[in-house]
Every structure is written in structure tokens, then in C-alpha cells.
Write a protein that binds this ligand. Structure first.
Ligand code: FES
Ligand code: MG
Length: 593
């Protein structure tokens, strides 16, 4: 595309160069030039490129961006733009209580306000830790100014005693080792810290790597952006190229609405299955789609994604970690293989300015042990099942993490493969689970299914990653690492548990899970994609009629506002009122004095 600078008036010039309102222009100009800018450059008909910095001491997963800033700014300068860095509300997955998920929509809201209300013509979104990526893509979609995602990259691979130690997955493994008495507290801490050897986000295919793969699959970053480990020189180069590219996107007026089409979301769903992506991807992609005004339904994940095979051998579904994935070619290699198998829409536009087909033309797997071809995958049909029944309208199950052992134990009754009838054990939240899971009175055995409720968007608040409940210690000692688990919350993308989660509507708003009782029979049928409580209709209705919602306690003003406006996970867990605001950059805000 050509440089259209000569005949372009930028949005930021309404602030810095508006002869129709000299008083206001003076006010804007004097305060911005007093930091490091001159009047000349602010009025130089160069676009101002915001850099949304998500890195800080409170956000270690994204801290690398603090050190990438110089390279991003150099790229913006060399591209002919003016960089202006600003902070984003921190969303640290492993730091924020009660859950970082509560803050995704807060960071989104704040970013929308910044992008709309300041002299910004385009923006580099610095992504990384789980919710930082969707929060910013949601914001960019709402405002609709040229935007490009720059991942900070995963950490280096973790190692412990000669074995790969992957983010999150070692925590779940450590819990089991402790339950079996094989390690103590001190060794558990050592193991956990070994998984985290450098700056960067989780090195597994958890939610962070997944969401950055989604940003790339959607076309919102430069090719190769997702997988480069944080400390690698290629990451510095990507920062420079991304900054430079953002300027050209402004000159070409290439906006999120040109990229985030229905076809782009379908591509992302296909890629998510192929990489063994996180169960957090559906709510985040639903949210981005809704803010972009694209129709996407939770059932699309099974319709479009279920038949796609697992092609990436990376924990938790596989064996390797981020460094191997990068060396095997990362997301463009996976997409190149999918393109060869005609599984992607190749005509969609990407942030690079090229169509996806052109971007991927020369890409294929560089290591078939880590990234397979489409026709010789690690596992067939590796996408999500979207279940329904009398307990919820929809819930997800990630089939790529169903182990042969789990399948043999729970889903292989002769004549009824894929069906499991069980006794329900119901917990009211994670505290109740921890208090009672080892209680012998519950008599939990291999014929049980564990349920957890009141942990969704409204219930928790924010929807907690607690559905991957570990069986009682006695069962773990006997070698049973997983029971089927179900809940209206989420689970970590690093978990290898084939839980049934994101149940919507959640229990506290009257979803079916609210009426289940410990001891009820339940029936999971993966062939029919159903999960039902086997309770007589009259009894079920009587429980519904007698139901009282649990007491909701807000600890902060934001918790109260969030609970008033948030929707369900199946619909992206968005602030419902915010989804009505679309492409708002075209409506300039009024002057401030
Ligand atoms: Fe931040 Fe995993 S906890 S990326
Ligand atoms: Mg998590």
C-alpha cells in the first residue's frame, strides 16, 4: 500500500493543530511539548502512536515490555510517527485477587477511554499474560483506530531435575506429588520456581500463549509474533518492526474493523484446536467478537473447531514448551500447515497489510516432532465439545487433554463408550472444596463427578479458575489423578484436566447447577454432547421454586459495578452495556476547556 501521508489529516491534529480553536490548541500543545516533544514535531503531520504498556513490577508476565519500549519507539520514529507510551491497568494472572478475570473488563474500559479521549492515531498493544491480550483487543475493537498487538513472549523453558518444568502444569503436578507424600512444601516451591527461569509469560500452551496465538490467527499482529521467547533477540526485532508497522497502518487507515471479520474468528477457532489451546479462549474471543460487532456463538467452537486435529506437541496437551514451539516455526508454521490442508480462510486481511494467504505462503513446520502436519497429527478431533442439558445451557470440554487413562476409566463402558453415569459431589466454592474434599463421609470414589458452583462471573466475582479440582488424596495415592469435574467457573489454560467448565448460566443467577445436590445421579454423554442430572422433573421444579440465591458480598466498588453489568461466560463475560458502543473513534470527544 502507498504512503498517503501527503493528503492525510490525523485525528491527533484536532488536538495539536486546530487553527479554528487557537485557545484549545495552545493548551494541548504547551503541556505535551514540555516533556520531550517540540511544537514542531507535534504539528508535523506525523501520526501519534500510543503504546499501551502493560508491563510493571506488579505485572511480571508483561514486565519485558518495559525493556522493549525503546525498540518499539525506535520503530515508530523510523516509520515516521511519534510514540507516546501510557500505562495500562495491571492484570497479573498470578497476582490479582480474587481473580485477574475481574479486571479484564476494567482494563478494557480504561483503554477505551484513553484511546478515545487522547490524541492517539494508532496504538501498539503490548500483550502477554492471559487477560492482557483480550482486554486490549476488545478495547481496540470498540474504538477502532489502527492497532497492532506485540506479545512480550513466553519465558525460557523451565527445567527441574532433567525434566521440562512447564508453567502451571508443574503446579498441578506438584499438588499431586504432595498429596502422595512424595515431596514436601520446600521442594514444591523449588519445583514451581524452576518453571519460571526468565522474564516472560507462561511457557506452556496456557491462556497467555493461546491468546497471543489467537491475536496472530486473527491477523492482529505481525507473523511470528506470538511464539518468540521474551529474552530472544528476535523479540527485540519484533518490537521494532511492530512499532514501525503501526505507523504505516495509520497512513493506510487499516483498522481492527478491516481485520476482525467473521472469517478471521473462524480461523482463530481452527488454530485454537490445532495448538491445543486454552478453554479460556472461547470467552475471550466471544468478547472480542462482540465488541467488534461480529456474530459468534459458543456452539461455533464445536461446529468449526471440534474436527480439527491436535498439531502442536506442547504442554499441557503434549510434551514441549515455548522454546521448541518457536524453533518449530510457531503460529505461522501451524497456520501454514492448516492452509495446505485448506482449513483456513486465506483471503482475510492482516495487520501486516497482506492477506493471510500471502503471509503464510512460505511457512511450514520446521520440526515435525513439535508441529505436525494436518494429516499426521498428534490426535484427531482435538477441539472443544460444547455440552448442554438441565444443568446449564452450555459448558465446554477440552478433548485434547483427555488422556488414554481417563478415557479407559470413565468413558469406555462396553456398549456405552463416551457415556459416564456418576454420583454428584457438590461444592459451593473453592473454600468448601478444600474444607471437605478429603472428608471420608463424602465417600468419593471412581463413580463420582465433582461439581463446583458460585464461581462464575457474578458469583466469584470474575469467574475463578477452580474447576480443575483434584480428587481426594486417597484416590491420588491410588493413581487416580483426575475425576470428571464440572463447574460454572473456569480453569487454568495450563491444566491438563478434561473438566466441563464455563457452565452458563452460572448458579448464582439461577442456572441449573444451583439445584443439584450431593448424591444426585448425573449422566455425561459425549456422543450427544449432554450432561444431565437424573432427577425427576417434578422434584427438579420443586427445588427451583424453593431456591434462594446465595448472598452476594462486594468488597470494592468495581466488584459491585462489574456484577451489575457483566454477562455470562458463554457470551464472553462482557460488560453488556459496553457492547453497544462500536467504532467510536469517528466521534471525536468535545474539547476539555
Ligand atoms: Fe501470566 Fe501465565 S500467569 S502468563
Ligand atoms: Mg490462571
Amino acid at each position: 500500500m502507498s504512503d498517503t501521508r501527503a493528503n492525510k489529516r490525523f485525528r491527533s491534529q484536532e488536538w495539536f493543530d486546530n487553527p479554528n480553536n487557537p485557545g484549545m490548541t495552545a493548551l494541548y500543545l504547551e503541556r505535551y511539548q514540555n516533556q520531550s516533544f517540540t511544537q514542531g514535531e507535534l504539528q508535523a503531520e506525523k501520526p501519534i502512536i500510543g503504546i499501551a504498556n502493560t508491563g510493571s513490577d506488579l505485572a511480571p508476565c508483561n514486565k519485558i515490555h518495559v525493556f522493549l519500549m525503546d525498540r518499539i519507539k525506535a520503530g515508530i520514529r523510523d516509520g515516521g510517527g511519534i510514540p507516546m507510551e501510557f500505562p495500562v491497568h495491571p492484570i497479573q494472572e498470578t497476582g490479582k485477587r480474587p481473580t485477574a478475570a475481574l479486571d479484564r473488563n476494567l482494563a478494557y474500559l480504561s483503554l477505551v477511554e484513553v484511546l478515545h479521549g487522547y490524541p492517539i492515531d494508532g496504538v501498539v498493544l503490548t500483550t502477554g499474560c492471559d487477560k492482557t491480550t483480550p482486554a486490549q483487543l476488545m478495547g481496540a475493537a470498540t474504538v477502532d483506530i489502527p492497532a497492532i498487538a506485540l506479545n512480550g513472549g513466553p519465558m525460557l523453558d523451565g527445567w527441574y531435575k532433567g525434566k521440562r518444568a512447564g508453567s502451571g502444569t508443574v503446579i498441578w503436578e506438584g499438588r499431586r506429588l504432595m498429596a502422595r507424600g512424595e515431596i514436601g512444601y520446600a521442594e514444591f516451591m523449588e519445583l514451581a520456581c524452576a518453571s519460571s527461569p526468565s522474564l516472560g509469560h507462561c511457557n506452556t500452551m496456557g491462556t497467555a500463549s493461546t491468546m497471543n496465538a489467537m491475536a496472530e490467527a486473527l491477523g492482529m499482529s505481525l507473523p511470528g509474533n506470538a511464539a518468540i521467547p521474551a529474552p530472544f533477540r528476535e523479540r527485540m526485532a519484533m518490537a521494532y518492526e511492530t512499532g514501525k508497522r503501526c505507523v504505516q497502518m495509520v497512513l493506510d487507515d487499516l483498522k481492527p474493523s478491516d481485520i476482525l471479520t467473521r472469517e478471521a474468528f473462524e480461523n482463530a477457532i481452527v488454530v485454537n484446536s490445532a495448538i491445543g489451546g486454552s478453554t479460556n479462549a472461547p470467552p475471550h474471543l466471544q468478547a472480542i467478537a462482540r465488541h467488534a460487532g461480529v456474530e459468534l456463538d459458543v456452539t461455533d467452537w464445536e461446529k468449526i473447531g471440534f474436527d480439527v486435529p491436535l498439531m502442536v506437541n506442547m504442554q499441557p496437551a503434549g510434551e514441549f514448551l515455548g522454546e521448541s514451539f518457536f524453533r518449530a516455526g510457531g503460529v505461522p508454521a501451524v497456520m501454514g500447515e492448516l492452509l495446505k490442508a485448506r482449513k483456513l480462510h486465506e483471503g482475510v486481511m492482516t495487520a501486516s497489510g497482506q492477506t493471510l494467504g500471502d503471509v503464510l505462503a512460505s511457512w511450514e513446520s520446521l520440526d515435525r516432532f513439535v508441529i505436525t502436519t494436518h494429516d499426521e497429527p498428534l490426535r484427531e478431533k482435538a477441539g472443544f465439545k460444547v455440552l448442554s442439558g438441565n444443568l446449564f445451557d452450555s459448558a465446554l470440554m477440552k478433548t485434547s487433554v483427555i488422556s488414554p487413562d481417563f478415557r479407559a476409566r470413565f468413558l469406555s463402558t462396553p456398549g456405552a463408550e463416551g457415556v459416564f453415569e456418576a454420583r454428584a459431589i457438590v461444592f459451593e466454592g473453592p473454600e468448601d472444596y478444600h474444607d471437605r474434599i478429603n472428608d471420608p463421609e463424602l465417600g468419593i470414589d471412581e463413580g463420582c463427578m465433582l461439581f463446583i458452583r458460585n464461581v462464575g462471573c457474578v458469583g466469584y466475582p470474575g469467574s475463578a479458575e477452580v474447576v480443575n479440582m483434584q480428587p481426594p488424596d486417597a484416590l491420588v495415592k491410588a493413581g487416580i489423578n483426575h475425576l470428571p469435574t464440572v463447574g460454572d467457573g473456569r480453569q487454568s489454560g495450563t491444566s491438563e484436566s478434561p473438566s466441563i467448565l464455563n457452565a452458563s448460566p452460572e448458579a448464582v443467577v439461577g442456572g441449573g447447577l444451583a439445584y443439584l445436590r450431593t448424591g444426585d445421579r448425573v449422566r455425561l454423554d459425549l456422543n450427544a454432547s449432554t450432561l444431565n442430572a437424573l432427577v425427576e422433573e417434578a422434584e427438579w421444579e420443586a427445588r427451583k421454586a424453593a431456591w434462594e440465591p446465595p448472598e452476594i458480598v462486594n468488597q470494592t466498588p468495581w466488584q459491585e459495578m462489574y456484577r451489575q453489568h457483566v454477562g455470562q461466560l458463554a457470551d464472553g463475560g462482557c460488560l453488556e452495556l459496553a457492547t453497544a458502543y462500536r467504532r467510536i473513534a469517528k466521534d471525536l470527544p468535545r474539547d476539555n476547556h
